[in-house]
Design a protein around this ligand. Structure first.
Ligand code: GLV
Ligand code: GLV
Length: 324
């Protein structure tokens, strides 16, 4: 008997083909670019053995109850897993696959792009060039902050954090600081990064870049307390999860000159409403959560998520399984 699998979105076809050609499952898919309505999702997961989902789907008690006891595997096409109620999932003996590693380079690359766009004021500069603000070459105009000789603070020295450090090193960064739950001397040695408490990192960094997972410990981690410790010339970059930053405090920090600028690939909520005050600020660059968005990376993520799901259905070890 074929396992029932639900795929909650249109994803790169390579992954779906793998499921369809596996001979072990019958696939139903929400084959649209927009999010599946919650009621449809709850209906479709009923009786499913496997669920292929994205970070936009809340996999909580309600959904797990709607799915029922058949559900054995959840495979999320993301490295982040804050959208999964892991306690509830574990209780039910469900296995979870995710997609670390394959998106590390794309995410690090976008982090650097966002950092440069923010610190060198690219969005403002492009607008000025177009709208007539470019009167002449002006020594004091459109000046930002460069990486050369700077101190970069990495919050969360995991796969992505260290990759960002490696990418930034050739720009002439003087010093890397990092914070994490515990020192990671072997990884840190790759960029001679120094382990410091979070407040010291905030005080001393010219650039702070966030790469921690969203957990109860990191929710609202970056708040007014830390903004008040940062340099007035500092730039904050977030490509992790929006909720790691207290957005009201960020708005305050940006409008009162506590920090120079911020670049956010992630926000609360997503999408951020177009009339949100952060969008009115010249020193805030906001991207629509695109860090892993290269064609190659999204294809690899889809294939990995499919392989995780198939392995789970077969009762075999997954290529990338989350330890619960
Ligand atoms: C993207 O945010 C991901 O978690 O993969
Ligand atoms: C800039 O274009 C310079 O020549 O200094």
């Amino acid at each position: 008997q074929l396992a029932k699998v639900y795929v909650s979105r249109r994803v790169p076809q390579e992954g779906v083909n793998l499921l369809q050609d596996s001979g072990i499952c019958e696939v139903t898919q929400w084959d649209f670019d927009e999010t599946v309505p919650r009621s449809e999702l709850l209906k479709q997961v009923a009786g499913a053995h496997g669920l292929f989902c994205l970070l936009t789907e809340k996999i909580d008690k309600e959904l797990l109850d709607a799915a029922g006891p058949n559900l054995k595997v959840i495979s999320t096409m993301s490295v982040g897993h804050d959208h999964l109620s892991l306690d509830e999932i574990k209780k039910r003996g469900i296995r979870v696959g995710y997609t670390p590693d394959v998106l590390t380079d794309a995410t690090a690359e976008l982090t650097v792009a966002l950092l440069l766009a923010t610190s060198r004021r690219l969005m403002e500069a492009v607008a000025e060039a177009k709208n007539g603000g470019w009167g002449t070459w002006k020594p004091l105009w459109m000046c930002g902050y460069g990486l050369s000789n700077s101190t970069v603070g990495i919050v969360g020295l995991g796969r992505i954090g260290i990759a960002v450090g490696q990418c930034l090193k050739p720009f002439g960064v003087k010093k890397f600081l990092y914070t994490d739950f515990e020192p990671k001397p072997d990884i840190a040695a790759q960029i001679q990064a120094e382990y410091v408490p979070l407040d010291k990192l905030a005080e001393e960094s010219d650039f702070v870049t966030l790469h921690c997972a969203l957990t109860p410990e990191t929710q609202g981690l970056y708040n007014k307390d830390l903004f008040s410790k940062m340099k007035k010339t500092a730039v904050l970059i977030n490509t992790s999860r929006g909720a790691v930053v207290n957005q009201e405090d960020l708005y305050q920090a940006l409008t009162t000159g506590q920090i120079a600028a911020a670049g956010m690939d992630v926000t609360v909520p997503e999408p951020l409403p177009t009339d949100h005050p952060l969008f009115t600020l010249k020193n805030c660059v906001i991207l629509p959560h695109i860090a892993s968005a290269t064609i190659a990376t999204r294809t690899t993520m889809s294939v990995l998520a499919a392989n995780n799901l198939l392995s789970g259905l077969r009762g075999a070890p997954m290529p990338k399984e989350l330890t619960l």
